[in-house]
Design a protein around this ligand. Structure first.
Ligand code: NAD
Length: 303
């Protein structure tokens, strides 16, 4: 008897799935039996309008391989785009089980050169572009739960090492990706009672976004394993988006190549309590003592 597919019967939305990591996730979900809504606005690396419609190509690719997929070409950072994305899943397949928030782009500049427009565009596509699809999916799932059909729903958000440690030249992107971690924690806490689990990944892979960073194929000698292929990130995303990940929520995972790391977040370190108000000098003296006992934070990328 063949092993059952991990996502048989599930309907999965992947945003920004026309290329890069999102495309790889969409194909991997389809290979595990999911019906996939492939979203992509088809923009350039900086978010400006592009000529092609990559969502349709990926949906065609899934269908050509015998899977089921529909394309959605809307902007996930607008109410209309996010609402119509959820509607597309419900109209095409009558259900929604998993939402993978992945779409985004970069406008890298040092802070002193970062225009307000570049700040707004990057915050908008990543942070609002996570919030709006999540909000509309969550409203559907809450209604299902209230009607006595508690779903086995999953959300996988996409943060970044830049959001966890910071990244020089990416103040806007780091702030957005750190915000996605906060959003993930709140959504996991709020939505658990409605059968929804919410986790985040911080991936690394060679896509058009990072082709200058990960220049080489970086194949492991003798194995032919291309550690920076986006396809290495998708297995964890598929598992997190399946019913098999029951009990896992509110977590952040770094994933690249053959490695998966559970990221352990902010927690209280060394502490001092005077039981009364400090003077500024006393506060400084106490703080220096605490810092001497505290763990040194990880280096900011590019510092
Ligand atoms: N590649 C990496 O190493 C890496 C590292 C950390 C985080 N990430 C994150 O992973 C995600 C995917 O990145 P990628 O490397 O595959 O980049 P990519 O540029 O190859 O793919 C992103 C896709 O999102 C689409 N998109 C952009 N704005 C959109 C919008 N408003 N609505 C719908 N679609 C939109 C683009 O058209 C593009 O196809 C991003 O959130 C990125 O920040 C990537």
């Amino acid at each position: 008897m063949s092993t059952p597919l991990l996502c048989e019967g599930r309907v999965v939305i992947v945003t920004g799935a026309g290329r890069g990591l999102g495309r790889s996730h969409a194909l991997a979900y389809a290979a595990e039996g999911a019906r996939v809504v492939v979203n992509d606005l088809g923009v350039g690396l900086d978010g400006m309008p592009g000529p092609d419609s990559p969502a349709r190509q990926v949906a065609d690719e899934i269908r050509a391989a015998g899977g089921e997929a529909v394309a959605h070409g809307g902007d996930i950072a607008t109410t209309e785009g996010a609402a119509s994305l959820i509607r597309t899943a419900l109209e095409a397949y009558g259900r929604l089980d998993t939402l993978v928030n992945n779409a985004g782009f970069l406008r890298d500049r040092m802070l002193v050169n970062l225009d307000e427009d570049d700040w707004d565009a990057v915050l908008r596509v990543h942070l609002k572009g996570h919030f709006l699809p999540l909000k509309h999916a969550a409203a559907h799932w809450r209604a299902e739960a209230k009607a006595g059909r508690t779903p086995v729903a999953r959300v996988v958000n996409t943060s970044s090492g830049a959001g966890l440690l910071g990244s020089v030249g990416q103040g806007n992107y780091s702030a957005a990706k750190a915000g996605i971690v906060g959003l993930t924690l709140v959504a996991a806490a709020e939505m658990g009672r409605y059968g929804v689990q919410v986790n985040a990944i911080a991936p690394a892979a060679r896509t058009r976004m990072t082709e200058r960073t990960f220049v080489e194929a970086m194949a492991m000698p003798g194995t032919g394993f291309d550690a920076m292929a986006p396809e290495n990130v998708s297995p964890l995303v598929v598992w997190l988006g399946s019913a098999a990940s029951a009990g896992v929520t509110g977590r952040v995972f770094e994933t690249e190549g053959g490695r998966i790391t559970v990221m352990e977040g902010w927690r209280p370190g060394p502490t001092a309590d005077k039981g009364a108000r400090w003077t500024p000098s006393e506060a400084g003296e106490a703080t220096l003592k605490l810092l001497a006992e505290a763990e040194v934070p990880g280096a900011v990328y590019g510092a």
